[in-house]
Design a protein around this ligand. Structure first.
Ligand code: CTP
Ligand code: MN
Length: 537
């Protein structure tokens, strides 16, 4: 294996970036090492290329020629393991502890590259590494560096508004309870719900959890009494206020005036990206509260935000992977897939459908993806489990290809112990053979969901790499800022908006797939422009 290592690992190690600026000797070393670090023809191994890039960028060096990333190798081989820092991987894979020296880190990275690369090859993960994860590191590094503009005054106003609403909810709750109590105390809330108000104890639970005030229990009780409904609202407001509204202003970088979110390539079992400071995935989608927070993400003066999101990407992936003729045909013809399911499953022809029919069908469509049980679907739709079971049965009758796909998939996962995406990313599911019914059910849901979510994640990552390349190639000033769920957020001069929209939409819808793979159904992307993230039209 062609490995040139020297001291590169030190720049890849988290926390060493400061040393670049502070330590004169290191700066001198970096100056001498610049040629090596930037040379794309000198192959290197690093642990976490994204971090290495950011550290070196601070010293004015653009890292080139990375061929091994031992953090990504470790993640691709063990995506259900949470920790992939060098010290964790060294202990797990080499049974070695880091003592702290840079030379030792470099040595470990080199050894790990030699050990893990053959495993990555053996498990057919090279495509995911070379076509997706490795090139994505540079894209993410740039997105983090760019950051996103926040409107601190909007956040301040929101904080005051939220306080008012939280206050009003608190008073209403006291009124309903007939007494003041500590809303944040599960014990006191439990006493109000089950003793004072005499609400029924939740059935399915064991004795110890009987007085539960968990969200799902409150949701059920909310149908019987207003108080639990208000408590749920109170909790959501308080949570959003403390995790976003009150902490975001402090995260605005003093020099850039922007928020520099961190993206993590090794944080999820499915292959999706995760993010922190803030965790963008946890801002509620499609709710008024989530929108209020997104309104604080704004464009620079004279610039605009551009949002682009995939429409029903998991359902389209399901159509492709299952090859179900009805599903494939519906997407090929550009039909409204929820209306089609209303027709197939509820037996209502398009002209006779109401919004309610479509809503039920939509819940069934997404419920299938999440492997919802009849019970889960029933709760979401507010119907009896027996009726929900009839819908699920009807779904699998009408979409027989999906049923067959699901059965084959379960068979495969039982045999191999893992699920795979279209491009070979793996997700171990050892619980598939469990004798515990709960664990097994969860494993079966995961077996169906991982290839769909994981392939969707692969697709949007491929699109990001392509968009990043094309924006540069076309010399546009528009830049990619954020990725969350199936959505990408950009910022650019108003004068570029038309071209940028076209470029992004085309790259996402006609994303080039590794190995010349072609999807059987079209991908569809919606776009919107606006001054802030909540006002994209
Ligand atoms: N979504 C979900 N579960 C739901 C609703 C939505 O997981 N019950 C997710 C899906 O990934 C979906 C995305 O949120 O693709 C966007 O939601 P939405 O626009 O409501 O879904 P569409 O299928 O586009 O429905 P519509 O045509 O009504 O907009
Ligand atoms: Mn939609």
């Amino acid at each position: 294996m062609d490995l040139t290592l020297t001291g590169l690992a030190f720049s890849a190690a988290p926390g060493e970036a400061a040393g670049v600026a502070l330590n004169g000797k290191r700066e001198a070393w970096l100056a001498a090492g610049r040629g090596f670090l930037e040379d794309p023809k000198k192959p290197k191994a690093v642990h976490d290329e994204k971090v290495a890039r950011l550290a070196l960028a601070a010293a004015g060096i653009e890292l080139g020629g990375v061929v091994h990333d031992t953090a990504l190798y470790s993640y691709l081989l063990q995506p259900t393991t949470a920790k992939h820092a060098l010290e964790d991987v060294a202990v797990r894979r080499l049974s070695l502890r880091l003592s702290g020296s840079v030379a030792e880190k470099a040595d470990f990275v080199g050894r790990l590259a030699g050990l893990l690369r053959p495993e990555v090859e053996g498990q057919e993960l090279v495509t995911v590494f070379e076509a997706i994860e490795q090139p994505l590191a540079a894209v993410l590094a740039e997105m983090e560096q760019t950051g996103v503009r926040l409107d601190p005054r909007a956040l301040e106003e929101m904080s005051a508004e939220f306080d008012k609403e939280i206050d009003a909810l608190t008073r209403r709750t006291y009124q309903l309870a007939g007494v003041e109590f500590n809303l944040n105390s599960p014990k006191q809330l439990g006493e109000i719900l089950y003793e004072k108000l005499q609400l029924p104890l939740p059935r399915r639970r064991g004795k110890t959890q009987a007085a539960s005030t968990a969200a799902d229990v409150l949701e059920e009780l909310a149908e019987l009494h207003e108080l639990p409904a208000r408590v749920l609202e109170y909790r959501e407001l308080a949570k959003l206020k403390s995790t976003y509204i009150d902490v975001l202003p402090a995260k605005i970088h003093p020099r850039t005036g922007r928020l520099h979110t961190s993206f993590h390539q090794t944080g999820t079992a499915t292959g999706r990206l995760s993010s922190s400071d803030p965790n963008l995935q946890n801002i509620p989608i499609r709710t008024e509260l989530g929108n209020r927070i997104r309104a604080a993400f704004v464009a620079e003066p004279g610039w605009q935000l551009l949002g682009a999101d995939y429409s029903q990407i998991e359902l389209r992936v399901l159509a492709h992977l299952s090859d179900d003729p009805v599903l494939v045909e519906a997407f090929q013809r550009g039909e409204d897939i929820h209306a089609r399911t209303a027709q197939e499953v509820l037996g209502v022809p398009p002209l006779g459908q109401t919004g309610e029919h479509r809503r039920v069908a939509k819940m069934i469509n997404f419920g299938i993806i999440y492997g919802l049980t009849a019970y889960g679907l029933a709760r979401r739709l507010g119907i009896e489990p027996a009726e929900a079971q009839r819908y699920i049965d009807a779904y699998f009758r009408r979409y027989a290809g999906v049923k067959e796909f699901r059965e084959q998939l379960l068979e495969e996962v039982r045999g191999m112990g893992y699920a795979r995406t279209l491009f070979g990313r793996r997700r171990p599911i050892p619980e598939i053979g469990s004798r515990n019914a709960n664990q097994r059910n969860f494993a079966e849901r995961t077996a169906l969901n991982s290839p769909l979510q994981g392939t969707a994640a692969d697709l949007i990552k491929l699109a990001m790499i392509e968009i990043h390349r094309r924006l540069r190639q076309e010399g546009l000033r528009t830049r990619m800022l954020l990725q969350v769920h199936d959505e990408l957020l950009f910022e650019g001069p108003e004068t570029e908006a038309g071209r940028a929209t076209e470029l992004v939409k085309a790259a996402m819808e006609r994303v080039q797939l590794p190995g010349g793979v072609r999807l059987k159904v079209p991908l569809v992307v919606g776009t919107g422009l606006g001054p802030n993230w909540a006002a994209l039209k």
